[in-house]
Design a protein around this ligand. Structure first.
Ligand SMILES: NC(=O)c1ccc[n+]([C@@H]2O[C@H](COP(=O)([O-])OP(=O)(O)OC[C@H]3O[C@@H](n4cnc5c(N)ncnc54)[C@H](OP(=O)(O)O)[C@@H]3O)[C@@H](O)[C@H]2O)c1
Length: 226
């Protein structure tokens, strides 16, 4: 069976991909910054198949977020070209879905903060949203399909955060949502994202905004965060 490396294994997206690969019988090496931190890595080690097929590797990777992402991807393309590596990149938009780790990280922390009113403002941004299930399926297709190549955008619905909060308020009215939109301008332009390449590779129709947020809120409720 193939062996894959997944970086940042304790992360939201990575942990789901690791679980999916282990379920398929693959062997996975994953990087974490602190393999001894049972609170962070324990749930990975408890996954089915992890005992025999999951290896944790200690690594502190630089160039992680924001602008560094562009540089990192450019570097990856140039290294791949020089070394003849068959690189395929999945570019997901804002990823939403149920919580897998014991604590919400990154994007899920933000959603929780907007629902519980833990922050003063929500961002004045229009972004693409995508279900974690679709992001995992896209990664597996990118790894397994020989014809997968280049950059694969994976995004379902583009919406302004005010639309998301409005949708959530009408479905789950009992929470003390943040209701002030940031006045910062520049990232609120309507746009579209073209996921046709990944759909052509065989990804089923992308899950809707409602499905991804329903799954996310239900998991927050089940895990006692709401
Ligand atoms: N979530 C989204 O909506 C989204 C959308 C598009 C792209 N992405 C990108 O996809 C990747 C994963 O996203 P995610 O939401 O799953 O992230 P996440 O839940 O915040 O997890 C990122 C993981 O990276 C590890 N990490 C952080 N800094 C590191 C460093 N300096 N060296 C090594 N490891 C480090 C952390 O693990 P340890 O602390 O255990 O080491 C953390 O668990 C990120 O590159 C993100 O920018 C995410």
């Amino acid at each position: 069976m193939p062996e894959y490396c997944v970086t940042g294994g304790t992360g939201f997206i990575a942990a789901y991909i690791i679980r999916s690969l282990l379920e398929k019988g693959d062997t996975v090496r994953t990087t974490v910054r602190d393999p001894e931190n049972v609170k962070k890595v324990g749930y990975l080690l408890e996954m089915k198949g992890a005992h025999d097929r999951l290896k944790l590797m200690k690594a502190d990777l630089m160039l992680w977020y924001a602008y560094a992402k562009t540089i990192a991807e450019k570097d990856a393309w140039s290294v791949a070209k020089e070394s003849g590596i068959n690189l395929v990149v999945v570019n997901p938009s804002y990823v939403v879905g149920p919580l897998l780790a014991p604590q919400p990280t990154s994007t899920l922390q933000m959603i929780l903060a907007y629902v519980t009113g833990a922050v003063e403002e929500y961002p004045n941004t229009t972004v693409g949203f995508v279900h974690i299930d679709d992001v995992v399926a896209a990664h597996i297709l990118a790894m397994e399909k020989k014809e997968a190549a280049g950059r694969l955008i994976c995004s379902s619905t583009v919406a302004h955060w005010s639309e998301v909060i409005h949708m959530l308020k009408s479905k789950y009215p009992s929470y003390p949502y943040v209701d002030k939109c940031s006045s910062r301008k520049g990232d609120n332009n309507p746009h579209s994202m073209d996921s046709s390449k990944i759909l052509q590779l065989g990804l089923p129709p992308l899950k809707t905004l409602e499905q991804m947020f329903d799954d996310c809120i239900t998991s927050f409720q089940e895990k006692g965060f709401l």
